[in-house]
Design a protein around this ligand. Structure first.
Ligand code: UP5
Ligand code: MG
Length: 196
């Protein structure tokens, strides 16, 4: 597919680590397209006539990873759409891959990522951010019970993906504890290190 020629950076980190917030900065300054797997799944969940709506809804509330066929297809469609529409070739893929099978399938079927930008933050801080956002976000998974489940999935299922990329020398970690502006300084340093 056309996506084979794309430059892909995976953006990972625990729930609420600040992936979406920092992706907006990168889009503004580096001309990347931002594709959030979670946003694509939430849009598919709400799309009239989707055969996956109910399934996605329950996976998200339970903090589980939606079967990869669905997510990989949504991402591939979004990439090809953007490439056809305006010739985009640089993509930030936010919140994906978060399970080993997705990582392997995407890199085999779609394109190999250049590197993974990883936002490092302690669970207590992530929880605080998510509960605060939950006051207004309307997200079905921004509540104590779902947050706890999301953390468990992150540790058990998603961290192994990061460790696997790390063994391959393709992870750059950014300290996500400070203010958004300070965290972004770390992001810029990471992009510089990667020659982007
Ligand atoms: N905030 C941000 N930066 C801050 C800072 N430096 N200091 C203080 N506050 C900061 O930020 C979270 C909140 O913190 C915001 O209120 C922000 O203002 C503040 P945000 O940038 O939104 O963090 P992010 O890491 O994007 O958090 P998000 O909740 O989106 O992460 P998740 O990874 O949990 O959510 P996602 O949407 O990626 O996935 C949701 C669910 O979809 C998953 O649990 C799963 O069920 C499903 N999913 C799949 O099944 N498969 C996939 O491949 C992907 C998702
Ligand atoms: Mg997000």
């Amino acid at each position: 597919t056309a996506a084979k020629q794309a430059l892909v950076v995976f953006v990972l980190g625990g729930p609420g680590a600040g992936k979406g917030t920092q992706c907006a900065n990168i889009v503004r300054d580096y001309g990347f397209q931002h594709l959030s797997a979670g946003d694509l799944l939430r849009a598919e969940q709400d799309r009239e006539g989707s055969e996956f709506g109910d399934m996605i809804k329950s996976y998200i509330k339970e903090g589980q990873i939606v079967p990869m066929e669905v997510t990989v297809q949504l991402l591939e469609n979004a990439m090809t759409g953007a490439i056809e529409k305006d010739g985009s070739r640089k993509f930030l893929i936010d919140g994906f891959p978060r399970k080993m099978d997705q990582a392997v399938a995407f890199e085999e079927k779609v394109v190999k990522s250049r590197f993974t930008l990883f936002f490092d933050l302690a669970e207590a801080d992530m929880r605080k951010r998510l509960l605060k956002r939950g006051e207004t976000s309307g997200r079905s998974d921004d509540n104590e019970e779902s947050i706890t489940k999301r953390f468990r999935t992150f540790v058990e299922t998603s961290m192994p993906v990061v460790e696997w990329f790390e063994k391959d020398g393709r992870v750059v970690k950014v300290d996500a504890r400070k203010s958004p502006e300070e965290v972004y300084e770390g992001v810029k340093a990471a992009f510089e290190k990667e020659g982007i």
